[in-house]
Design a protein around this ligand. Structure first.
Ligand code: DC
Length: 234
């Protein structure tokens, strides 16, 4: 099945100051990844999946036999981690000894470990620094849970995606994943460090019943209108 990718005629960053960041946060299975990829492709931006960065650390912890329930062990591993960021095919990855564990980070074992790793405050500080370093690759579409609130709070382009719980559960089931999304949302929203929240000024899109192309178009239209408003104010 082919997906129609909306094209964009958006002249971002006309003053060529610093790279533009589009922050896309939201609940699990709200379509963040597919939408962010489409928006990045339409604009020629680099795509950053910050969930994959946390997953990579979770996988690395499991490989190193670090107890993911032990904050100190996880924080120490993170501190010692000689990692690097690579940008391949317009996507940024965090590497473990030069390797991107694309398949390994999606296993049930890694998925179960990642919320524990992502809740460690020292890990979140470390990730924020790495995520901000991604602007070395140019304009970004960055998806996650705390991008608009914590990682790039200064960006004017913030989005929060959500959809009805039963629809999100169906989307996950269609991917072959049975997951208690309500529990996951609760964990993401209630953790002390950088919880999932709607950023101030974020455009909230509830995409229940919408296609990915429709969601992407809403994001692109909003980017265009915010940009036009910013130019008028100058
Ligand atoms: O989006 P995902 O399912 O790949 O995210 C994996 C985990 O990482 C999930 O538990 C939420 C967490 N996460 C986070 O806490 N902050 C982010 N910016 C991205 C993901």
């Amino acid at each position: 099945m082919s997906i129609e990718v909306p094209t964009a005629d958006v002249k971002l960053n006309p003053l060529k100051t610093r790279p533009t960041v589009i922050a896309i946060d939201g609940t699990s299975a709200s379509g963040k990844s597919t939408t962010s990829r489409q928006v990045a492709r339409a604009l020629g931006f680099v795509y950053v999946d910050t969930g994959a960065m946390y997953r990579t650390l979770a996988w690395h912890s499991l490989q190193q036999k670090v107890d993911v329930h032990d904050e100190k062990q996880v924080a120490a591993l993170c501190r010692k981690w000689k990692t690097s960021l690579e940008c391949a095919d317009n996507e940024v990855h965090l590497l473990v000894n030069g390797y991107y564990p694309a398949l390994e980070i999606r296993t049930a074992e890694t998925s179960a470990a990642v919320p524990h790793v992502a809740a460690v405050p020292k890990v979140r500080e470390w990730m924020k620094k790495k995520q901000r370093e991604c602007i070395q690759f140019g304009n970004l579409v960055m998806e996650g849970r705390d991008i608009g609130t914590n990682v790039f709070p200064e960006t004017d382009f913030k989005f929060y995606l959500d959809a009805a719980l039963d629809e999100r559960s169906k989307r996950r089931a269609a991917e072959g994943v049975q997951e208690n999304l309500a529990a996951r949302d609760q964990r993401d929203s209630q953790r002390a460090a950088a919880p999932l929240m709607i950023a101030l000024g974020a455009k909230v899109i509830n995409n229940s019943g919408m296609t990915v192309a429709q969601t992407s178009k809403m994001v692109l239209d909003e980017v265009q209108s915010r940009l036009a408003a910013a130019l008028v104010q100058r």
